[in-house]
Design a protein around this ligand. Structure first.
Ligand code: MLT
Length: 324
């Protein structure tokens, strides 16, 4: 009798979950972006969300939950109901590097389920126009001459702009001060205004300002130049060989989200990435699309774990702390 009741209970739950998935999405979906509006993560999420709305036939809302290098927003997503209506948007910094810096109240590699990789871009070393340097070697000399007076904008400890800045300064032996913002959108505003000196920034965030002559780019952290900005040399050409960073972004949902709901979200993401308008926008921003094989949930999960194996030893050796 008991066994048949338990079997009935499981069958009922399975039917309920399946019915839920069949009717999914039946209400708006929220994408949590862990940085301020106007930055590269926000722009990427909104570009993608606008097109996923069409594929899903449901409103997609972007909510900016900022602070602590993105960990506040990711924590909010981890704690959300595993029903497919809360999605965590982030990148190498928020979903890998922060695991080696912050005492997170969850398991960064296992308490979120991967949905798929969105795209990747290298970083650009950019400065305010008033910095008296015309190439990377002159910039490095200026940073050394200005010791700790120079300022580097970041999106908080552990953000892409922060760990890229730490890596950059460790290679050139300087100790410029990090100025944290709630995202590199606000940091860029201060760079254009000349309030800070430098950002090692996602290319997608800096490109519009570089092309508008508002800031100066010195090099791209990749072995080849960005097709949309062939005038910017690689770090190898500019005198800092091997300083390669490719900041990739992805989408996750809370652990326990039903597999067929993850499959629906992944299908909508793949359709959005196949959209000509999305691809054009990505190209203009210097964002590389993942291959179809890289777009699967399994591929993102494997990539995230491989990146943790690569970056965590380096970050822990650098003894980077949440307080900076
Ligand atoms: C980062 O620095 O991690 C991000 O680019 C910040 C942002 O997206 O605002």
């Amino acid at each position: 009798m008991i066994k048949s009741l338990i079997a009935l209970a499981f069958a009922t739950c399975a039917t309920f979950a399946s019915a839920n998935a069949q009717s999914y999405p039946s209400k708006p979906i929220t994408i949590i972006v862990p940085f301020a509006a106007g930055g590269p993560t926000d722009v990427l999420a909104r570009t993608l969300g606008d097109r996923m709305r069409v594929a899903l036939g449901q409103t997609v809302i972007v909510e900016n939950v900022t602070g602590a290098g993105g960990t506040i927003g990711v924590t909010r997503a981890v704690r959300a109901a595993p029903d497919g209506y809360t999605v965590s948007f982030g990148h190498l910094g928020t979903h890998v590097v922060n695991g080696a810096i912050y005492p997170l109240p969850f398991d960064l590699l296992n308490d979120l389920e991967p949905v798929g990789q969105i795209g990747a871009n290298p970083m650009l070393i950019v400065s305010k126009n008033a910095v008296p340097a015309k190439n990377l070697k002159e910039l490095i000399a200026w940073l050394k001459a200005n010791e700790s007076k120079a300022t580097l904008g970041t999106a908080g400890v552990g953000s892409g702009s922060h760990f890229s800045g730490v890596y950059f300064q460790s290679l050139i032996g300087t100790k410029g001060q990090y100025v944290p913002y709630r995202g590199t959108g606000p940091a860029m505003q201060d760079l254009v205004a000349g309030q800070i000196d430098l950002i090692v920034d996602q290319a997608s965030n800096s490109m519009p300002q570089v092309q508008g002559g508002k800031i100066r780019a010195y090099a791209v952290t990749a072995p080849k130049r960005i097709a949309a900005a062939p005038e910017i040399p690689t770090v190898d050409e500019a005198g800092l060989p091997g300083f390669h960073i490719l900041l990739w972004s992805g989408v996750w949902v809370p652990k326990g989200t039903p597999k067929d709901i993850i499959a629906k979200l992944n299908a909508a993401m793949v359709e959005a990435l196949g959209d000509a308008g999305v691809q054009k926008r990505f190209g203009e921003l210097g964002l590389e699309l993942p291959t179809r094989a890289q777009m699967t949930p399994e591929a993102l999960g494997a990539h995230q774990k491989a990146e943790a194996a690569k970056w965590w030893p380096m970050i822990k050796a650098a003894n980077v702390k949440p307080e900076g």
